[in-house]
Design a protein around this ligand. Structure first.
Ligand SMILES: C[S@@+](CC[C@H](N)C(=O)[O-])C[C@H]1O[C@@H](n2cnc3c(N)ncnc32)[C@H](O)[C@@H]1O
Length: 236
């Protein structure tokens, strides 16, 4: 039986007033957190797989960031057969759940995205598509730093470029992300309600939709722009 999901409860009545302040901070201060050894090892394996299957960079790449059990990774791989799809999640338990075969053009990786994204950018990865599907909303006002648009890694996410798609059941999360996106890149992207296509792309999408919640998304076409990242800017 499918568990129903409660709507988000938050103490915010609009976009957090510190979104731009957090973004400015991320743009000015390089993220100095060392890359964890386990994510470096996972990235090296992913890089080897990408080089082996990537036909010399001719096969477009899709990143499924925070893929959970990897249902979306599997579906995207089936939908975009000529692409390579890499799903990344830090939860070994979620990744291990049995959801059927992973296609030849897909890979599931256990890693911390904060490190994985930085390694991917440093290695010159340029995803054609990049999905952020139902990231944890962190609904309390004090959680802003944990939302991707309030996190110091934001410039790296945007610098990778490609068609970035964020989906959430929390409109405010997507609205705040749109504000941050515009502040960093100048790209404006409408926040729209949408009816999910079937089959559902992810288990969270299915759960929220079955509970009667509205779903929100934002899509932005971004250039590859490593110069957005402060450490990179100084190095060039
Ligand atoms: C709400 S779940 C959504 C999962 C999936 N996209 C879906 O819609 O079913 C958010 C996922 O992001 C993952 N996640 C959050 N922060 C992460 C990080 N720093 N690195 C890797 N995965 C992360 C969690 O482990 C979790 O599986």
């Amino acid at each position: 039986m499918l568990a129903l999901s409660r709507t988000i409860t938050t103490n915010q009545d609009g976009p957090h007033r510190d979104v731009v302040k957090r973004v400015e901070r991320a743009l000015c201060h390089p993220l100095r957190k060392p890359v964890a050894a386990h994510t470096r090892a996972a990235f090296e394996q992913a890089q080897a797989w990408y080089l082996r299957h990537g036909e010399g960079g001719h096969r477009p790449l899709i990143l499924d960031a925070g893929c959970g059990v990897g249902l979306s990774t599997r579906q995207l791989a089936a939908r975009f057969e000529d692409h390579l799809v890499i799903g990344v999640d830090r939860s070994a338990e979620r990744l291990a759940r049995e959801h059927g075969e992973v296609g030849d053009n897909a890979l599931l990786v256990r890693a911390d995205l904060v490190d994985f994204w930085r390694l991917a950018l440093a290695a010159g990865w340029q995803p054609a598509r990049h999905y952020l599907l139902y990231p944890n909303p962190y609904p309390k006002s004090s959680h802003l730093k944990q939302r991707w648009h309030g996190h110091p890694v934001l410039p790296v996410i945007l610098a990778l470029g490609g068609r970035l798609e964020l989906r959430s059941n929390w409109r405010l999360y997507v609205e705040e992300f749109a504000l941050a996106l515009e502040h960093v890149t100048g790209v404006t992207s409408p926040v729209e309600a949408f009816a999910p296509e079937l089959p559902y792309l992810t288990p969270f999408e299915r759960k929220y939709h079955a509970s009667g919640q509205s779903l929100w998304r934002l899509v932005a076409e971004l250039p590859h722009a490593p110069e957005l990242v402060p450490g990179e800017r100084e190095a060039n």
